[in-house]
Design a protein around this ligand. Sequence first.
Ligand code: NAD
Ligand code: UDX
Length: 466
Amino acid sequence: PIQVKKICCIGAGYVGGPTCAVIAAKCPHIEVTIVDLNKARIDAWNSDHLPIYEPGLDEVVKGARGKNLFFSTDVDKAIAEADLIFVSVNTPTKKSGIGAGFAADLNYLQLATRRIAEVSTSSKIVVEKSTVPCRTADAMRTILEANSKEGCKFDILSNPEFLAEGTAIADLFAPDRVLIGSLQTQSGLDACQALMSVYANWVPKERILTVGLWSSELSKLAANAMLAQRISSVNALSAICEATGASIDEVAYAVGRDSRVGPKFLKASVGFGGSCFQKDILNLVYLSESLHLPEVARYWRAVVEMNEHQKDRFARKVVDTLFNTITGKKIAMLGWAFKKDTGDTRESPAISIANHFLSEKARITCYDPQVTSEQMWLDLTDYGSIPAEPIKPHFSVCQSAEEACANAEAIVICTEWDEFKELNWEKIYENCPRPAFVFDGRLMLDRKRLQKIGFTVVTIGTGDRL
Ligand code: NAD
Ligand code: UDX
């Protein structure tokens, strides 16, 4: 059997960093080097301020760094030395060209693959960790074979990552499953065994699933599409609840108690965000269309459309409730990240909501415990493509929830940070003009308590026909 002694991970992002840091922590006999072209990111991984916030990550990195875990910009050296290479680069939605707005941009993946072929002087196991369209491994194999040196053999595995941000370390320590896809050839099965033996250092064998390469690639898109579909379904029902007097939390509780449905991922919200759900569903839509399956494409596209509708519906509800205008009004936004316990803001519903409020010329004060003001401005200006000057008088970043809420005509919860439950809501109420409104986009606050204080509370999925 192939013994994995050195691992290289290309891409030191939200996936590559935590996954390979955990491999290093759990496999002291394996040397793990995580590389990236982005020097600032690598410098941060080597510092006391890691580039991403994730509960438990600091301990894992500090425990292994400098022993068997290294972060470097020397991509070529790490590739050349490794027996097994994870490719964990970004695969965003294409912005232009064929498939723009739907298909995955595989440029980063292909550049990394080409580099592997060019630099390798020995055989490698190449592992797709990035989320990719079904049959990407075929393209990788063509690139590797066309550019490789004599005597170098490449086996490609698919090993999609199922961690969720905010719980990445817990998810990696105790995954529901690890999925490995390989070609069903002897060489493919041997490579699969080698990767299995890495995970077997801490993951029980029955949780390591081995399947064909294409099933593995498609399973990742399928898993995200199914999870997002639950949220869009519950959000669609939340609109019916608001109109009827039913309560979405009660409906979700009742439905989720059916063991065939299960209780998780049924929380109504202001809409799902994050770098994966929308991108991966659009990818699936594109795949379906390319396969001449327009009805299938339409079905999955509706999951994303419902999500857009939910964000828009919530923002409109704020405006409607504030007597149809928020022009010049101060609105406090609590939370900017796409979920709690992360500083990641990619596709965060807060961004869409803020844009809606800005188009109505409101004045926003925003607080998030983990997102920097630089990041909020990058999001608001779409990374510099929208001028910041006109927005400046309308958006300010605060250092605490209390500061953001002072004198606000409405308080809008966009992210379910635990600390928002513990706020001194009595004191906040004293500093708000009347009537004082709280819009709970995450169904996280004690509605009755806030109403008792004097707030008018508007919650997703709860009508006022109680
Ligand atoms: P990310 O943008 O945080 O990290 C990717 C990193 O790869 C960047 O730092 C970039 O500089 C680097 N990179 C790009 N091309 C490179 C190259 N040729 N050589 C070296 N470095 C290169 O992205 P992420 O969130 O870590 O996602 C990575 C992949 O994992 C994506 O395909 C994504 O869909 C998938 N995924 C993400 C999550 C998640 O929760 N974020 C979960 C599961 C799967
Ligand atoms: C997701 C998948 O869960 C994970 O398996 C995959 O590897 C990457 O994509 P992530 O995007 O990090 O993970 O977070 P997740 O917990 O799935 O939340 C995504 C979005 O859905 C968040 O905006 C969250 O607030 C929202 N959500 C989640 C709901 O609105 N309701 C729910 O019940 C659950």
